[in-house]
Design a protein around this ligand. Structure first.
Ligand code: CO8
Length: 258
């Protein structure tokens, strides 16, 4: 029996797959799901044989938000004192690249979960939005911070303040989505992207991800300084020698992830 009730976990070809599995609630995030997702992601991140993590849902819903029925009972003091879904921050600390493979609804906490990943690959059926304002709450899992960084202040304000949603094509034009593919090709494309990343030198990928994250978080000067240190660090890798030797010898590199 799986140790998790609300997600499914499998691994194949150096890729870990985490599938949200609360179909009756359109994969709405509850405390148990977020806790299980974080625990499974941390376990995959600690496995040297895993080079990329795919997070996905069902055809109808990546995740239709936080679980409104569970949240309805909470008041300010509950959330201020105990937090809510704080385990989701674990995704920010992963060294391994994460890919959200989004089909159907990615709303509220679902959109925020996708944005907590490094890449977002969307089916042409995907719908993104932050409709929290309709419930008289606001995004609380990163939406007001990551959406403006991804799509710009004015488009983000449109989504967060009016609750309107974007289809996959608009989300791609706006820069929220890495690639849009026909729904039937979503998982095969996410797998191809994940396996491509997982075949690279793992420590070089860690360095690239860390430098990309620095671009989201700090000043340009701080980010450039971080990048130059991280880039210098990749020259300490055995895989750097192998990668450059293989290029000169016109062959494929054999990375040892060292
Ligand atoms: N929470 C709980 N249950 C849900 C949710 C949800 N977010 N979304 C759907 N469901 C349930 C429905 O209640 C329904 O259950 P039942 O069959 O028992 O009635 C089942 O899933 C199927 O849903 P629908 O019948 O509504 O399916 P439709 O295809 O008609 O509609 C929609 C799909 C448009 C996605 C619709 O379900 C919807 O609008 N859902 C809510 C979307 C939403 O508002 N999301 C934002 C939630 S708030 C949030 O995410 C805040 C995060 C930050 C909190 C942190 C604070 C600190």
């Amino acid at each position: 029996m799986s140790e998790y009730e609300t997600i499914e976990v499998r691994t194949e070809n150096r890729v870990g797959y985490l599938t949200l599995n609360r179909p009756k609630a359109l994969n709405a995030l509850n405390e148990q799901l977020v806790r299980e997702l974080a625990a499974a992601a941390i376990a995959l991140d600690g496995d040297e044989n895993i080079g990329a993590i795919v997070i996905t849902g069902s055809e109808k819903a990546f995740a239709a938000g936080a679980d409104i029925k569970e949240m309805a009972r909470k008041d300010y003091t509950d959330i201020a004192a105990n937090g809510l879904f704080e385990d989701i921050r674990a995704l920010d600390r992963l060294r391994t690249p994460t890919i959200a493979a989004v089909s159907g609804y990615a709303l509220g906490g679902g959109c925020e979960l996708a944005m907590a990943c490094d890449l977002i690959i969307a089916a042409d059926s995907a719908t993104f939005g932050q409709p929290e304002i309709n419930l008289s709450i606001i995004p609380g899992l990163g939406g007001t911070q990551r959406l403006p960084r991804a799509i710009g202040a004015y488009k983000a304000a449109d989504l967060v303040l009016t609750a309107r949603t974007m289809d996959a094509a608009e989300a791609e034009r706006a820069g929220l989505v890495s690639r849009v593919v026909p729904a039937a090709e979503l998982l095969s494309t996410a797998t191809e992207v994940a396996e491509t990343i997982a075949a690279k030198s793992l420590p070089a990928v860690y360095a690239a991800k860390a430098a990309l994250k620095a671009a989201q978080e700090g000043s340009l000067a701080g980010g450039l300084s971080f990048e130059s240190q991280a880039a210098a660090g990749t020259f300490a890798l055995e895989d750097q020698t192998e990668g450059m030797t293989a290029f000169a010898e016109k062959r494929k590199p054999h990375f040892q992830h060292r």
